[in-house]
Design a protein around this ligand. Structure first.
Ligand SMILES: [Zn+2]
Length: 108
Protein backbone atom coordinates (compact mmCIF):
# COMPACT_ATOMS: atom_id res chain seq x y z
CA UNK A 1 0.00 0.00 0.00
CA UNK A 2 1.13 3.50 -0.77
CA UNK A 3 -0.27 4.89 2.44
CA UNK A 4 0.99 3.91 5.87
CA UNK A 5 -0.12 4.68 9.40
CA UNK A 6 1.18 8.04 10.60
CA UNK A 7 1.00 9.56 7.12
CA UNK A 8 -0.80 12.83 6.56
CA UNK A 9 -3.45 12.56 3.89
CA UNK A 10 -6.02 14.71 2.14
CA UNK A 11 -9.47 13.44 1.22
CA UNK A 12 -10.14 13.93 -2.50
CA UNK A 13 -13.57 12.33 -2.80
CA UNK A 14 -16.66 11.66 -0.71
CA UNK A 15 -18.40 13.62 2.04
CA UNK A 16 -15.18 14.71 3.72
CA UNK A 17 -13.57 15.93 0.52
CA UNK A 18 -10.88 18.55 1.16
CA UNK A 19 -10.24 17.57 4.77
CA UNK A 20 -6.85 16.54 6.02
CA UNK A 21 -5.85 14.15 8.74
CA UNK A 22 -3.42 11.62 10.07
CA UNK A 23 -3.73 7.94 9.19
CA UNK A 24 -4.50 5.94 12.31
CA UNK A 25 -4.80 2.43 10.95
CA UNK A 26 -4.35 0.66 7.64
CA UNK A 27 -6.25 -2.35 6.37
CA UNK A 28 -4.15 -3.55 3.42
CA UNK A 29 -6.36 -6.52 2.52
CA UNK A 30 -9.35 -4.19 2.15
CA UNK A 31 -7.34 -1.31 0.69
CA UNK A 32 -8.79 0.94 3.36
CA UNK A 33 -7.42 3.22 6.06
CA UNK A 34 -8.91 5.09 8.99
CA UNK A 35 -8.02 8.75 9.31
CA UNK A 36 -8.21 10.90 12.42
CA UNK A 37 -11.38 13.03 12.36
CA UNK A 38 -12.44 11.83 8.90
CA UNK A 39 -15.50 9.81 7.89
CA UNK A 40 -16.83 9.78 11.44
CA UNK A 41 -19.43 7.20 12.25
CA UNK A 42 -21.37 6.75 15.46
CA UNK A 43 -21.35 3.64 17.53
CA UNK A 44 -24.14 3.23 20.06
CA UNK A 45 -23.16 1.81 23.39
CA UNK A 46 -25.79 0.14 25.49
CA UNK A 47 -26.12 1.34 29.07
CA UNK A 48 -24.31 -0.88 31.50
CA UNK A 49 -26.49 -0.03 34.48
CA UNK A 50 -30.21 0.51 34.62
CA UNK A 51 -30.19 4.23 35.41
CA UNK A 52 -27.40 4.93 32.96
CA UNK A 53 -27.95 6.37 29.50
CA UNK A 54 -26.68 4.76 26.36
CA UNK A 55 -23.66 6.49 24.90
CA UNK A 56 -22.82 7.48 21.39
CA UNK A 57 -19.20 7.15 20.49
CA UNK A 58 -17.78 8.76 17.40
CA UNK A 59 -15.05 6.89 15.59
CA UNK A 60 -13.38 7.26 12.19
CA UNK A 61 -14.69 4.58 9.85
CA UNK A 62 -12.16 3.21 7.36
CA UNK A 63 -12.28 4.74 3.91
CA UNK A 64 -10.95 3.69 0.55
CA UNK A 65 -7.33 4.49 -0.21
CA UNK A 66 -8.37 5.70 -3.67
CA UNK A 67 -10.26 8.58 -1.99
CA UNK A 68 -7.08 9.85 -0.38
CA UNK A 69 -3.92 11.55 -1.44
CA UNK A 70 -0.70 11.59 0.50
CA UNK A 71 0.62 14.88 1.82
CA UNK A 72 4.38 14.89 1.46
CA UNK A 73 6.10 15.54 4.81
CA UNK A 74 8.95 17.28 3.01
CA UNK A 75 7.20 19.77 0.73
CA UNK A 76 3.73 19.72 2.32
CA UNK A 77 1.95 19.20 -0.99
CA UNK A 78 -0.48 16.49 -1.97
CA UNK A 79 1.35 14.11 -4.20
CA UNK A 80 1.23 10.82 -5.99
CA UNK A 81 3.65 8.30 -4.62
CA UNK A 82 6.27 6.79 -6.78
CA UNK A 83 8.79 4.20 -5.80
CA UNK A 84 12.50 4.36 -5.87
CA UNK A 85 14.45 1.13 -5.86
CA UNK A 86 17.69 1.44 -4.00
CA UNK A 87 20.76 -0.49 -5.03
CA UNK A 88 22.47 -0.76 -1.70
CA UNK A 89 20.43 -1.46 1.38
CA UNK A 90 20.97 -3.53 4.46
CA UNK A 91 18.92 -6.68 4.85
CA UNK A 92 16.47 -5.18 7.33
CA UNK A 93 15.13 -2.30 5.31
CA UNK A 94 13.00 -2.47 2.21
CA UNK A 95 14.60 -1.97 -1.16
CA UNK A 96 11.65 -0.02 -2.44
CA UNK A 97 11.25 3.40 -0.88
CA UNK A 98 8.35 5.75 -1.34
CA UNK A 99 9.20 8.96 -3.07
CA UNK A 100 7.34 12.24 -3.55
CA UNK A 101 6.37 12.93 -7.14
CA UNK A 102 6.71 16.68 -6.63
CA UNK A 103 9.97 17.25 -4.72
CA UNK A 104 11.57 13.85 -5.34
CA UNK A 105 12.38 13.37 -1.66
CA UNK A 106 12.18 9.93 -0.10
CA UNK A 107 9.21 9.70 2.21
CA UNK A 108 9.99 6.69 4.35
ZN1 LIG B 1 7.43 16.42 -1.60
Amino acid sequence: MKIKSGDKVKVIAGKDKGKKGKVLQVFPEKKKVSVEGINLAIKHMRPRRQNEQGQKIEFPAPLNVSNLMLICPKCNKTTRVKYKVLDKVDKKSEKKKRMCNKCNELID
